[in-house]
Write a protein that binds this ligand. Sequence first.
Ligand code: ZN
Length: 53
Amino acid sequence: MTNAILKCPKCGSYSLKESCDCGEKRISPKPPKWSPEDKYASYRRKYKEQEGT
Ligand SMILES: [Zn+2]
């Protein structure tokens, strides 16, 4: 989960370490995105649970 590759926005180096040698903090090059479909599916499932009880 936490072993995602990180990229330094300043010098562009990749590493698993958050702190870069240049002093900049590395960030995940592609952050996890939630698709609208998943969001709605989760919402609808939650709504359905409430409806069921
Ligand atoms: Zn750097």
